[in-house]
Design a binder for this molecule. Structure first.
Ligand SMILES: Nc1ncnc2c1ncn2[C@@H]1O[C@H](COP(=O)(O)OP(=O)(O)OP(=O)(O)O)[C@@H](O)[C@H]1O
Ligand SMILES: [Mg+2]
Length: 298
């Protein structure tokens, strides 16, 4: 947490100092959609081991920021570094490979596939622990999934098929990840053969996070995980996020649910119309009633 205070003068050249390197470091980020300037010089840092919250009203640019971090949209200007390495222009598959894994807004599940199939699709796009394409495709049971995996690999890969190394441990890794996900969300194991579309909203959110966990994140990025969920489920999701963080996963979370998010976060940023207008330790922001009321609601 102290890193946030120290980081201001950290230039790319001295980030490898023995002091804690920020895991993610963004400077002067500008992103626009045609004439719409969605991000106007955003800078932020996520220290390793922290939960960092980005708060802000509708249209503030939160999803845009996350999409840019994941390499899904281009930037007009600015720099994004992950572990000191410039990833500003890296394609999404390379960013994922480095362990920056996003659970997107709106969950984006395959509604007509089962819970297990959705989780496996998460695993199959792991590139840190890749198998040969053929092996992956053959190990999938149904034709439908084989097709989806092929498609996922085609669109997310930046290497030739032959370049993909067989990692003997890949299957074991997937098995272990699945076991971990089931331990965190037992309901997913109970419902592993149920199609995703028929899950409750809360279960779908758990599946979306579970799918991200199948990719062994070092930085887990969550876009409004509490959206549309009942208070009790929200509480459960936040407890899980906290537990994952304690297991060593750094978390960057976007939320409109300011109070609850700040309760689990170490540090927070407030984004308003594409600019960071306030930042500080979560324990301080949470006491700022004006801020909570003005930008965030309850
Ligand atoms: N694909 C797009 N094309 C044009 N404008 C876009 C596009 N995506 C987002 N925008 C605009 O960029 C701005 C920021 O949008 P963004 O989705 O990042 O906001 P947000 O903070 O995630 O909002 P919400 O809380 O509603 O999810 C908005 O004004 C939005 O209309
Ligand atoms: Mg959004």
């Amino acid at each position: 947490m102290a890193d946030h205070k120290q980081k201001k003068d950290v230039s790319p050249k001295n980030t490898q100092k023995p002091t804690k390197t920020p895991l993610l470091d963004i400077e002067g980020l500008h992103v626009s959609y045609g004439p719409i300037r969605a991000l106007k010089g955003v800078g932020l840092t996520v220290a390793k081991g922290d939960i960092v919250a980005i708060l802000g009203a509708n249209g503030a640019g939160k999803t845009t920021l996350l999409k840019k971090i994941s390499g899904l949209i281009p930037a007009d200007a600015g720099t994004i570094r992950f572990k000191g390495e410039d990833i500003t222009k890296a394609p999404p598959e390379r960013i994922t490979k480095k362990g920056v894994i996003q659970s997107p807004e709106g969950r984006r599940l395959f509604g007509d596939l089962t819970v297990l199939e959705n989780l496996m699709i998460g695993a199959f796009t792991i590139e840190k622990h890749t198998m040969k394409v053929q092996e992956i495709v053959e190990s999938a049971k149904s034709r439908r999934i084989q097709k989806l995996i092929r498609k996922a690999l085609e669109t997310q890969r930046d290497v030739e098929e032959d370049d993909i190394e067989i990692t003997l441990n890949a299957k074991e890794m997937i098995r272990q990840n699945l076991y971990k996900v089931y331990r965190i969300f037992p309901v997913l194991q109970e419902r592993k053969d149920q199609v995703a579309a028929t899950l409750s909203g809360g279960e779908q959110q758990m599946l979306a996070i579970g799918r991200a966990l199948m990719r062994t994140p070092e930085l887990l990025i969550l876009d409004e995980p509490s959206l549309g969920l009942a208070p009790l489920i929200v509480k459960e999701i936040f407890t899980v996020i906290e537990a994952l963080n304690k297991q060593g996963i750094t978390v960057l979370i976007v939320e409109q649910n300011a109070l609850q998010t700040l309760k689990i976060a170490d540090y927070g940023y407030v984004l308003q119309l594409g600019e960071i207008v306030q930042q500080g330790p979560a324990s301080k922001l949470i006491k700022d009633e004006t801020l909570i009321e003005a930008y965030l609601g309850k």
